[in-house]
Design a protein around this ligand. Structure first.
Ligand code: 7PJ
Length: 276
Protein backbone atom coordinates (compact mmCIF):
# COMPACT_ATOMS: atom_id res chain seq x y z
CA UNK A 1 0.00 0.00 0.00
CA UNK A 2 2.95 2.38 -0.53
CA UNK A 3 2.83 5.17 -3.07
CA UNK A 4 5.60 7.55 -4.18
CA UNK A 5 4.85 11.21 -4.92
CA UNK A 6 7.81 13.00 -6.55
CA UNK A 7 10.28 11.11 -4.37
CA UNK A 8 8.21 11.04 -1.15
CA UNK A 9 6.89 7.59 -0.24
CA UNK A 10 3.77 7.28 1.92
CA UNK A 11 1.96 4.29 3.42
CA UNK A 12 -1.53 4.68 2.00
CA UNK A 13 -3.03 2.18 4.45
CA UNK A 14 -2.87 5.12 6.89
CA UNK A 15 -4.88 8.32 6.50
CA UNK A 16 -2.97 11.48 5.51
CA UNK A 17 -4.20 15.06 5.64
CA UNK A 18 -4.21 17.29 2.55
CA UNK A 19 -4.46 21.04 3.14
CA UNK A 20 -6.32 23.19 0.62
CA UNK A 21 -4.48 26.18 -0.86
CA UNK A 22 -6.60 28.25 -3.22
CA UNK A 23 -4.73 30.63 -5.49
CA UNK A 24 -7.81 32.08 -7.11
CA UNK A 25 -7.56 35.87 -6.84
CA UNK A 26 -9.73 37.69 -4.35
CA UNK A 27 -11.64 40.27 -6.37
CA UNK A 28 -11.50 42.67 -3.42
CA UNK A 29 -7.71 42.58 -3.19
CA UNK A 30 -5.39 44.50 -5.49
CA UNK A 31 -2.34 42.48 -4.50
CA UNK A 32 0.15 41.90 -7.31
CA UNK A 33 1.77 38.58 -8.18
CA UNK A 34 4.52 38.98 -5.60
CA UNK A 35 2.07 39.53 -2.76
CA UNK A 36 -0.03 36.58 -3.89
CA UNK A 37 2.96 34.28 -4.02
CA UNK A 38 4.08 35.53 -0.63
CA UNK A 39 0.65 34.96 0.89
CA UNK A 40 0.46 31.47 -0.62
CA UNK A 41 3.88 30.54 0.79
CA UNK A 42 2.97 31.82 4.26
CA UNK A 43 -0.19 29.74 4.18
CA UNK A 44 1.72 26.69 2.89
CA UNK A 45 4.28 26.94 5.73
CA UNK A 46 1.43 27.03 8.24
CA UNK A 47 -0.27 24.00 6.65
CA UNK A 48 2.99 22.02 6.90
CA UNK A 49 3.58 23.15 10.50
CA UNK A 50 0.02 21.97 11.22
CA UNK A 51 0.83 18.49 9.90
CA UNK A 52 -0.29 18.42 6.28
CA UNK A 53 1.29 15.64 4.22
CA UNK A 54 -0.12 17.17 1.01
CA UNK A 55 -0.91 20.71 -0.11
CA UNK A 56 -3.52 20.92 -2.87
CA UNK A 57 -2.87 24.01 -5.00
CA UNK A 58 -5.86 25.09 -7.09
CA UNK A 59 -6.17 28.01 -9.52
CA UNK A 60 -9.66 27.33 -10.86
CA UNK A 61 -12.81 27.57 -8.75
CA UNK A 62 -15.23 24.70 -9.42
CA UNK A 63 -18.11 26.31 -7.53
CA UNK A 64 -21.27 26.48 -9.64
CA UNK A 65 -21.40 29.95 -11.20
CA UNK A 66 -17.67 30.65 -10.75
CA UNK A 67 -15.88 32.52 -13.56
CA UNK A 68 -13.95 30.44 -16.07
CA UNK A 69 -10.20 30.83 -16.24
CA UNK A 70 -7.93 30.75 -19.29
CA UNK A 71 -5.06 28.26 -19.54
CA UNK A 72 -2.51 31.08 -19.29
CA UNK A 73 -4.20 32.56 -16.20
CA UNK A 74 -4.27 29.16 -14.51
CA UNK A 75 -0.59 28.58 -15.35
CA UNK A 76 0.33 32.04 -14.00
CA UNK A 77 -1.51 31.44 -10.75
CA UNK A 78 -0.48 27.85 -10.07
CA UNK A 79 3.06 27.34 -11.38
CA UNK A 80 4.99 29.85 -9.22
CA UNK A 81 3.27 28.50 -6.10
CA UNK A 82 3.93 24.85 -7.01
CA UNK A 83 7.57 25.64 -7.68
CA UNK A 84 8.13 27.66 -4.50
CA UNK A 85 6.47 25.11 -2.20
CA UNK A 86 8.25 22.17 -3.84
CA UNK A 87 11.62 23.87 -3.34
CA UNK A 88 11.11 25.06 0.21
CA UNK A 89 8.84 22.64 2.06
CA UNK A 90 8.84 18.96 3.01
CA UNK A 91 5.38 18.17 1.66
CA UNK A 92 3.75 16.61 -1.39
CA UNK A 93 2.43 19.32 -3.69
CA UNK A 94 -0.83 18.32 -5.33
CA UNK A 95 -2.19 20.34 -8.23
CA UNK A 96 -5.99 20.66 -8.45
CA UNK A 97 -6.42 21.01 -12.22
CA UNK A 98 -8.17 19.61 -15.27
CA UNK A 99 -5.86 21.45 -17.69
CA UNK A 100 -3.18 19.36 -19.48
CA UNK A 101 -0.67 22.25 -19.70
CA UNK A 102 -0.94 22.84 -15.96
CA UNK A 103 -0.44 19.13 -15.25
CA UNK A 104 2.70 18.97 -17.40
CA UNK A 105 4.31 22.17 -16.12
CA UNK A 106 3.45 21.51 -12.46
CA UNK A 107 4.98 18.04 -12.58
CA UNK A 108 8.15 19.53 -14.10
CA UNK A 109 8.27 22.09 -11.26
CA UNK A 110 8.05 19.45 -8.52
CA UNK A 111 4.37 18.59 -8.01
CA UNK A 112 3.84 15.05 -6.71
CA UNK A 113 0.15 14.52 -7.47
CA UNK A 114 -2.36 15.55 -10.14
CA UNK A 115 -5.84 16.01 -8.65
CA UNK A 116 -8.43 16.26 -11.43
CA UNK A 117 -12.09 16.79 -10.50
CA UNK A 118 -12.94 16.09 -14.17
CA UNK A 119 -11.34 12.63 -14.06
CA UNK A 120 -8.90 13.31 -16.94
CA UNK A 121 -11.79 13.81 -19.38
CA UNK A 122 -10.48 17.02 -21.02
CA UNK A 123 -8.71 16.67 -24.37
CA UNK A 124 -5.07 15.85 -23.72
CA UNK A 125 -5.46 15.26 -19.97
CA UNK A 126 -4.94 11.48 -20.09
CA UNK A 127 -1.70 11.86 -22.06
CA UNK A 128 -0.45 14.75 -19.91
CA UNK A 129 -1.09 12.78 -16.72
CA UNK A 130 0.60 9.66 -18.12
CA UNK A 131 3.69 11.55 -19.37
CA UNK A 132 4.08 13.37 -16.06
CA UNK A 133 4.88 10.05 -14.38
CA UNK A 134 3.40 11.24 -11.05
CA UNK A 135 0.30 9.77 -9.35
CA UNK A 136 -3.18 11.02 -10.28
CA UNK A 137 -6.40 11.32 -8.32
CA UNK A 138 -9.42 10.53 -10.46
CA UNK A 139 -12.65 11.99 -9.06
CA UNK A 140 -16.24 11.17 -9.93
CA UNK A 141 -18.37 14.03 -11.18
CA UNK A 142 -21.85 13.93 -12.73
CA UNK A 143 -22.12 16.70 -15.34
CA UNK A 144 -20.05 19.89 -15.39
CA UNK A 145 -19.21 22.07 -12.35
CA UNK A 146 -21.40 24.94 -13.65
CA UNK A 147 -24.58 22.86 -13.69
CA UNK A 148 -23.86 19.68 -11.70
CA UNK A 149 -26.06 20.54 -8.70
CA UNK A 150 -29.17 21.41 -10.72
CA UNK A 151 -30.79 17.99 -10.61
CA UNK A 152 -28.41 15.17 -9.80
CA UNK A 153 -29.98 11.77 -10.41
CA UNK A 154 -28.86 8.19 -9.99
CA UNK A 155 -30.59 4.83 -10.00
CA UNK A 156 -27.86 3.42 -7.73
CA UNK A 157 -25.29 6.04 -6.79
CA UNK A 158 -22.72 3.62 -5.37
CA UNK A 159 -22.82 1.38 -8.43
CA UNK A 160 -22.76 4.27 -10.90
CA UNK A 161 -19.86 6.02 -9.16
CA UNK A 162 -17.98 2.69 -9.06
CA UNK A 163 -18.61 2.06 -12.76
CA UNK A 164 -17.54 5.59 -13.73
CA UNK A 165 -14.32 5.33 -11.70
CA UNK A 166 -13.54 1.87 -13.14
CA UNK A 167 -14.00 3.20 -16.67
CA UNK A 168 -11.67 6.16 -15.97
CA UNK A 169 -9.08 3.81 -14.42
CA UNK A 170 -9.15 1.74 -17.62
CA UNK A 171 -8.78 4.90 -19.71
CA UNK A 172 -5.88 6.13 -17.57
CA UNK A 173 -4.10 2.79 -17.74
CA UNK A 174 -4.74 2.66 -21.47
CA UNK A 175 -2.95 6.00 -21.80
CA UNK A 176 -0.01 4.71 -19.77
CA UNK A 177 -0.73 5.69 -16.15
CA UNK A 178 0.60 2.92 -13.89
CA UNK A 179 -2.10 1.13 -11.88
CA UNK A 180 -0.23 1.83 -8.65
CA UNK A 181 -0.18 5.55 -9.43
CA UNK A 182 -3.97 5.91 -9.27
CA UNK A 183 -6.03 7.32 -6.38
CA UNK A 184 -9.85 7.43 -6.55
CA UNK A 185 -12.37 9.89 -5.11
CA UNK A 186 -16.20 9.59 -5.05
CA UNK A 187 -16.44 13.38 -5.46
CA UNK A 188 -18.65 14.49 -2.57
CA UNK A 189 -20.93 17.32 -3.73
CA UNK A 190 -20.02 17.04 -7.40
CA UNK A 191 -23.41 16.31 -8.95
CA UNK A 192 -24.88 14.74 -5.80
CA UNK A 193 -27.60 15.61 -3.32
CA UNK A 194 -27.37 14.92 0.42
CA UNK A 195 -28.86 11.45 0.12
CA UNK A 196 -26.34 10.51 -2.61
CA UNK A 197 -23.43 11.89 -0.56
CA UNK A 198 -24.50 10.04 2.58
CA UNK A 199 -24.95 6.76 0.74
CA UNK A 200 -21.44 7.09 -0.68
CA UNK A 201 -19.91 7.89 2.70
CA UNK A 202 -21.79 5.05 4.38
CA UNK A 203 -20.42 2.64 1.73
CA UNK A 204 -16.89 4.01 1.40
CA UNK A 205 -15.42 0.56 2.20
CA UNK A 206 -17.02 -0.80 -0.97
CA UNK A 207 -15.14 1.71 -3.10
CA UNK A 208 -11.91 0.35 -1.56
CA UNK A 209 -12.73 -2.85 -3.45
CA UNK A 210 -11.77 -1.05 -6.69
CA UNK A 211 -8.20 -1.59 -5.48
CA UNK A 212 -6.88 1.99 -5.24
CA UNK A 213 -6.33 4.33 -2.29
CA UNK A 214 -9.21 6.74 -1.71
CA UNK A 215 -9.15 10.51 -1.33
CA UNK A 216 -12.22 12.23 0.11
CA UNK A 217 -13.16 15.89 0.41
CA UNK A 218 -16.07 17.00 2.55
CA UNK A 219 -14.49 19.91 4.44
CA UNK A 220 -17.05 22.71 4.99
CA UNK A 221 -19.20 21.44 2.11
CA UNK A 222 -22.93 22.15 1.90
CA UNK A 223 -23.77 18.48 2.52
CA UNK A 224 -22.51 19.08 6.09
CA UNK A 225 -24.30 22.42 6.25
CA UNK A 226 -27.55 20.66 5.37
CA UNK A 227 -27.08 18.16 8.19
CA UNK A 228 -26.14 20.60 10.97
CA UNK A 229 -27.86 23.75 9.67
CA UNK A 230 -24.77 25.96 9.83
CA UNK A 231 -23.04 28.46 7.56
CA UNK A 232 -19.79 27.60 5.83
CA UNK A 233 -17.57 29.16 8.51
CA UNK A 234 -19.23 27.19 11.31
CA UNK A 235 -18.79 23.72 9.88
CA UNK A 236 -15.51 22.70 11.55
CA UNK A 237 -17.03 20.18 14.01
CA UNK A 238 -19.11 18.62 11.22
CA UNK A 239 -16.01 18.52 8.98
CA UNK A 240 -14.00 16.78 11.71
CA UNK A 241 -16.75 14.18 12.11
CA UNK A 242 -16.71 13.55 8.35
CA UNK A 243 -12.90 13.23 8.32
CA UNK A 244 -12.95 10.86 11.30
CA UNK A 245 -15.56 8.62 9.68
CA UNK A 246 -13.58 8.63 6.41
CA UNK A 247 -10.36 7.66 8.19
CA UNK A 248 -12.12 4.82 10.02
CA UNK A 249 -13.54 3.61 6.71
CA UNK A 250 -10.09 3.47 5.16
CA UNK A 251 -9.55 6.74 3.28
CA UNK A 252 -5.88 7.33 2.45
CA UNK A 253 -6.20 11.12 2.14
CA UNK A 254 -8.68 13.63 3.53
CA UNK A 255 -8.71 17.02 1.77
CA UNK A 256 -9.48 19.79 4.28
CA UNK A 257 -9.27 23.50 5.13
CA UNK A 258 -8.53 23.00 8.86
CA UNK A 259 -5.38 20.90 8.92
CA UNK A 260 -4.30 21.12 12.57
CA UNK A 261 -7.68 20.07 13.94
CA UNK A 262 -8.11 17.34 11.31
CA UNK A 263 -4.68 15.83 12.04
CA UNK A 264 -5.76 15.31 15.68
CA UNK A 265 -9.13 13.83 14.71
CA UNK A 266 -7.55 11.47 12.18
CA UNK A 267 -4.86 10.45 14.72
CA UNK A 268 -7.58 9.28 17.10
CA UNK A 269 -9.30 7.34 14.30
CA UNK A 270 -5.97 5.71 13.31
CA UNK A 271 -5.16 4.78 16.92
CA UNK A 272 -8.54 3.09 17.30
CA UNK A 273 -8.19 1.33 13.94
CA UNK A 274 -4.78 -0.06 14.87
CA UNK A 275 -6.06 -1.32 18.23
CA UNK A 276 -8.97 -3.18 16.57
C1 7PJ B 1 -12.70 18.23 -4.09
C2 7PJ B 1 -11.58 18.49 -4.87
C3 7PJ B 1 -12.96 16.89 -3.67
C4 7PJ B 1 -10.94 16.27 -4.84
C5 7PJ B 1 -12.69 20.32 -4.56
C6 7PJ B 1 -14.47 22.33 -2.25
C7 7PJ B 1 -14.65 22.16 -3.71
N1 7PJ B 1 -10.70 17.53 -5.23
N2 7PJ B 1 -11.59 19.82 -5.16
N3 7PJ B 1 -12.05 15.95 -4.07
N4 7PJ B 1 -13.38 19.39 -3.89
N5 7PJ B 1 -10.11 15.28 -5.18
O1 7PJ B 1 -13.40 22.12 -1.68
O2 7PJ B 1 -15.49 22.71 -1.62
O3 7PJ B 1 -13.94 16.55 -3.01
S1 7PJ B 1 -13.15 22.01 -4.68
Amino acid sequence: MEMTFAGRTLDMSRCHVMGILNVTPDSFSDGGRFNQLDAALLRARQLVADGAAFIDVGGESTRPGAATVTVQEELDRVCPVVEAISQELDVVVSVDTSTPEVMTQSAALGAGLINDVRALQRDGALDAAASSGIPVCIMHIQGEPQTMQERPEYRNVLREVGEFLSERVRAAQGAGVAADNIILDPGFGFGKNLEHNLRLLASLEQLQALGHPLLVGMSRKSMLGEIVGRDVNERLPASLAAATISALKGAGIVRVHDVRETVDAVSVAMAVKEAG
